[in-house]
Write a protein that binds this ligand. Sequence first.
Ligand SMILES: NC(=O)c1ccc[n+]([C@@H]2O[C@H](COP(=O)([O-])OP(=O)(O)OC[C@H]3O[C@@H](n4cnc5c(N)ncnc54)[C@H](O)[C@@H]3O)[C@@H](O)[C@H]2O)c1
Length: 384
Amino acid sequence: MVGVAILGTGAIARIHADGYKAFDQRCEIRALCDVYPEKAEALAKEKALSKVSCFEDYKSAVSQSDIDLVSICLPPSAHAETAVYALQAGKHVLLEKPMARSLEECDRILEAAAISGKNVSVVSQNRFQTPMMRLKQVIDSHEAGKILHAAANSYWWRGQNYYDLWWRGTWEKESGGCTINHAVHHADLLLWLLGMPESVSAFFTNLNHHNSETEDFSTSILRYADGSVAQLTASLVHHGEDQELIFQGEKARISFPWRVAASVALENGFPERDENTEARIDAVYQSMNPLQYEGHAAQIENLLSAVETGEELLVDGNAGRRTLELIFGIYKSAQSGDRVQFPIASDDPFYKAETMLTLLPRFHEKTMSKDNFSTTSISLGRKG
Ligand SMILES: NC(=O)c1ccc[n+]([C@@H]2O[C@H](COP(=O)([O-])OP(=O)(O)OC[C@H]3O[C@@H](n4cnc5c(N)ncnc54)[C@H](O)[C@@H]3O)[C@@H](O)[C@H]2O)c1
């Protein structure tokens, strides 16, 4: 039985608690920690966690001898310190996105994991959705031909008051705006499906969130070694949150949410629908059985299997770091106006949080700060 501690008992901790509870023959939540102890106690009550102890100090929660695995559901500025502490204490770690505030912090986490030999998995629950796994199967089958262009539209909508929470809307604590905290999901998916680009050119701004230093809109062009191009747009001003990933292959267009369209050229070059190719690709998509578990629960199952049997993690610390390398490349390009080549070197100002902080623009001054919201209800984005 894997003993679990959850650090931070705000909004996302509830999804983690449900995930572990789905595997109650294999793991048990034994510790909850929050600087507001009443929040930890409320979560224990809400999820009927009868065997938990509640802590205010994360070190006490992590150090309990019956804890094997630590779920980190804290603001981004606390991720590196707590992950390194847990790994050094010999515990496995499930770390909420974004992995950390900088590549330097990611490298500290990866080093601690390598020394301890424990697993670190960075949350990217959207990989663990049936439509996304099926889309990957189609891309890997090459039935759509070489991918020429991809568009990842990370469209979300948040009210002005979203940024009133104390840690949000600051480069220092949240480490960025919608690019690092919302499009992190779509950036991870893009890199999982297509790999890392050679370079990125980006633009960012704040269109309509006046209590935030950080961006609420960015758009980026990613260039790949084989000449193909991807676009990633991150937004918090898109009503309807129509998130999508669209791939234009030589032979067909495929996407999340699922749609396939294929064209062949008429004698004059104009398109004619290619229903045979569409049917062949759709058959590849439909051939994969639906996943038994999806989202956080499925990622937790993957981590439990890694702990129990050494099964490979679908989203490890290197994947979490790679996504942030793209995102810090976006921030560097948007700040400098230059095209940024990968990798980002360790002497680059965009490798460390401290140096990034001196360069990044403050779009607005954060003037309103609340300790807590009264509701813990959140939405996690489009599922298919
Ligand atoms: N995977 C997803 O789709 C998803 C969705 C929402 C949030 N998140 C991520 O989860 C993390 C937490 O987000 P949230 O929305 O749950 O935030 P939240 O503010 O609702 O919860 C964070 C909790 O941590 C507590 N806390 C802060 N510092 C602490 C410390 N040093 N020690 C102990 N407790 C401390 C706070 O009191 C709060 O209760 C963030 O990294 C966020 O990006 C991920």
